[in-house]
Design a protein around this ligand. Structure first.
Ligand code: ADP
Length: 192
């Protein structure tokens, strides 16, 4: 199983891009955020715990995420490749990802980092709030908080990933299809 990591701030368009890329490259889209919301809907013990953090716009603790990520790896073991959206979000999660990848013969073949400036993120957050059912989308005070979590935790994790592997930075401003085309060019070797 190949792992393609897609990272970037909240509201940067990761989910939108994943929807296109999974079709083109025959990949399975795995969003940790979606997984957490599913566990909450299913009223599992761990779902309740995780959504308490997520609904406040905070990160779920690394140890809890490690268990979820282990399950994700097991469930997708037979797949050709996964688009991993939302993990890693901290530097310890980068280490967990690399350890699991090595143990399970599941190489991280590409890391895509979508970059969008803060003022544009806030604009997109407002648009999303109008239509979303997500607790963390509906509350305007959480938009800034989630962007701050990005600055404090996710951004350093991306910098740390850059010391470990190649990270492809993508300008996330512009037309959705132009961004998809740019990413697709970078992933072209997956099709070979
Ligand atoms: P978005 O796509 O809007 O950036 P997600 O749907 O990926 O957000 O994630 C929603 C929430 O789920 C996060 O704010 C966080 O609370 C939790 N979450 C998801 N992935 C992780 C992770 N790797 N580590 C910690 N918390 C996470």
């Amino acid at each position: 199983m190949n792992i393609i990591v897609i990272t970037g701030p909240p509201y940067s368009g990761k989910g939108t891009q994943c929807a296109f890329l999974k079709e083109t490259f025959n990949l399975t889209h795995v969003s940790t955020g979606d997984r957490i919301r599913l566990e909450k809907e299913n009223k599992t013990e761990v779902g309740k715990l995780m959504s308490e953090y997520a609904d406040r716009g905070e990160l779920v603790p690394d140890e809890v995420m490690k268990r979820l990520f282990g399950n994700i790896m097991d469930e997708n073991a037979g797949k050709a490749g996964i688009l991993l959206d939302g993990y890693p979000r901290t530097s310890p999660q980068v280490d967990t990802l690399l350890a699991f990848a090595a143990e399970r013969n599941a190489p991280v073949t590409h890391v895509l980092n979508i970059e969008v400036p803060k003022d544009e993120l806030l604009k997109r957050a407002k648009t999303r709030a109008a239509t979303s059912d997500r607790e963390d989308d509906k509350k305007p005070e959480l938009h800034l908080k989630r962007i701050d979590v990005f600055e404090e935790s996710i951004k350093p994790a991306i910098a740390y990933m850059k010391t470990k592997m190649e990270v492809f930075d993508i300008n996330g401003l512009g037309k959705i299809e132009d961004i998809t085309a740019l990413i697709s060019e970078h992933l072209a070797d997956l099709k070979a």
